[in-house]
Write a protein that binds this ligand. Structure first.
Ligand SMILES: [Zn+2]
Length: 263
């Protein structure tokens, strides 16, 4: 091709690329942009992280429903799935171990390929599981990470303690496993430093008539956190958010954050 042809081709490619970007941002899942009067506040560019608790085959159908809503808004890259390796050993022994549910494990891998992040939510999720000794916590974390590793979920970096229950000993064990602990008001990094967050849940068994109220509270909190430069996380529980107005709330929240639903 002569030099003029090459230049013309390059120009056409650039125009095509610009048009693609413009069309994409107008019609599909436009990233959240701050309203004009709030421009310049950098954290407003950061959309909330959605934390899905209690990810276990026990809630397989509920999880699918939640994922369907998140997918409507292409939210996989801003969602963390907190997995329980062996759900509720007290009542079910190893019935709900990930090991016994390859279909669920495959589903998690598929979600991971689509951008969802898989992290750790305890081991057996028994009552206040991590309000325990250093040795017990260490053993549970070794078992949890080994099981997750054997199923292809290595490189775990976050730990969400069941029922937020912790003590200084178990915290030390978790941080020594190089995991960052997620709490309602803090991230605790492996080196022990704390980073302020707002991690809130608005869908604890809400009725269908509570959606608007919960939404306005959530959006108020999100804006307040953003103004203060604090990352905002939205927590949801499978089996709980699936009832009453829970999923309608989630859909309305995402619609507000993301703008237009993807076509
Ligand atoms: Zn939980």
């Amino acid at each position: 091709m002569n030099p003029l042809g090459t230049r013309r081709l390059a120009l056409m490619l650039i125009i095509l690329a610009v048009l693609t970007v413009v069309a994409g941002s107008v019609t599909h899942h436009a990233p959240y942009t701050p309203p004009p009067d709030e421009e310049g506040q950098k954290t407003l560019n950061e959309r909330p992280l959605i934390l899905v608790h209690d990810v276990t085959p026990y809630y397989f159908d509920d999880l699918r429903q939640i994922i369907a809503v998140l997918d409507e808004y292409n939210y996989s890259n801003r969602t963390v799935l907190f997995v329980i390796p062996v759900f509720d050993t007290t009542h079910y022994w190893d019935e709900w171990s990930l090991r016994n549910h390859p279909d669920f494990v495959n589903y998690l891998h598929e979600l991971q390929r689509r951008g969802y992040r898989v992290e750790l939510h305890g081991y057996g999720h028994t009552y206040h599981e991590f309000n325990c000794s250093y040795e017990t916590a260490n053993g549970k974390l070794d078992n949890a990470t080994a099981l997750m590793n054997s199923l292809g979920f290595g490189n775990l970096t976050l730990f969400l303690p069941p029922a937020w229950a912790l003590n200084n000993e178990s915290l030390r064990a978790i941080l020594e496993h190089n995991l960052t602990v997620v709490m309602p008001n803090w991230l605790i990094l492996p080196n022990g430093t704390r980073q302020r967050i707002w991690n809130r849940e608005y869908t604890w068994y809400i009725g269908e008539n509570q959606v608007d109220d919960r939404l306005s509270v959530a959006l108020h909190d999100y804006r307040k956190a953003s103004e203060d430069g604090i990352p905002f996380y939205l927590s949801v529980h499978p089996g709980v958010v699936n009832q009453g107005g829970g999923l309608d709330f989630l859909r309305a929240f995402l619609r507000t954050i993301c703008g237009q639903k993807k076509s």
